[in-house]
Design a protein around this ligand. Sequence first.
Ligand code: F6R
Length: 261
Amino acid sequence: METKATWYTNGKSKNVKVLVCKDYETLSKKAAGILAGIISVKPDAILGLATGSSPVGTYQELIRLYEAGILDFSQVKTYNLDEYYPLEATNDQSYHYFMNTNLFDHVNIDKNNVHVPDGNAADMNEACTSYEAMLDEIGGVDIQLLGIGGNGHIGFNEPTDTFVGPTHVVELTESTIQANSRFFEKIEDVPTKAISMGIGSIMKAKKILLVANGEGKAKAIADTLEGPITPQVPASILQLHHDVTIIIDEAAAANLKEYHA
Ligand code: F6R
């Protein structure tokens, strides 16, 4: 079977739908299909977007749908999860640059409708407050696309003792710096801080769509779905959101007890 669906519940409602796909391509097409569906019914949809390797295939499929004349981004608005700090948007290692090269430059989105946290603001506290105010003003994004770190982080909300609500400046953990160093020439070049939507900002989304692939994500996915809700596994908070879809491949599903039961 190409894809198997399982529901995970928080005891009250069937709030987390898990789709296990045979490979990354299938997973990416499924995720793009959900985003495309939302844009089709709501041309001015507000998308929360993520960077990293996980959503690249999703973005490629969205570009394909745009090129095929199936999708129109002219009224779509986007809000990205995070950005390195300090880093200028034009720096080729910035998340803003990543979004341009992996999606925005290839579709008819109005760049005035694109929002990425400012990783180079003179006043970072103000940058955090105004980003959060924008999210409040729109009443939360229609759908938030997420990847997940091997340590269970979402956005740059790293494992810690308390969930942090709003957009804030974070110190990256050693494991995240190591993981992200693959995109840099040398590890010393990886910024040690970032500006990130907080857990509260992410939970404001009307829908959440998380994509993950590969065995490196298997533990984080199992902890997210089958473990306790704890800030030590930031993604575990998704158990409390009312509308979550998690699309993964077989390798990322490897540690799920309920799925394999
Ligand atoms: C990126 C982000 C991060 C990544 C996560 C997984 O905007 O917020 O949480 O989603 O680090 O990264 P990849 O997909 O590269 O494994």
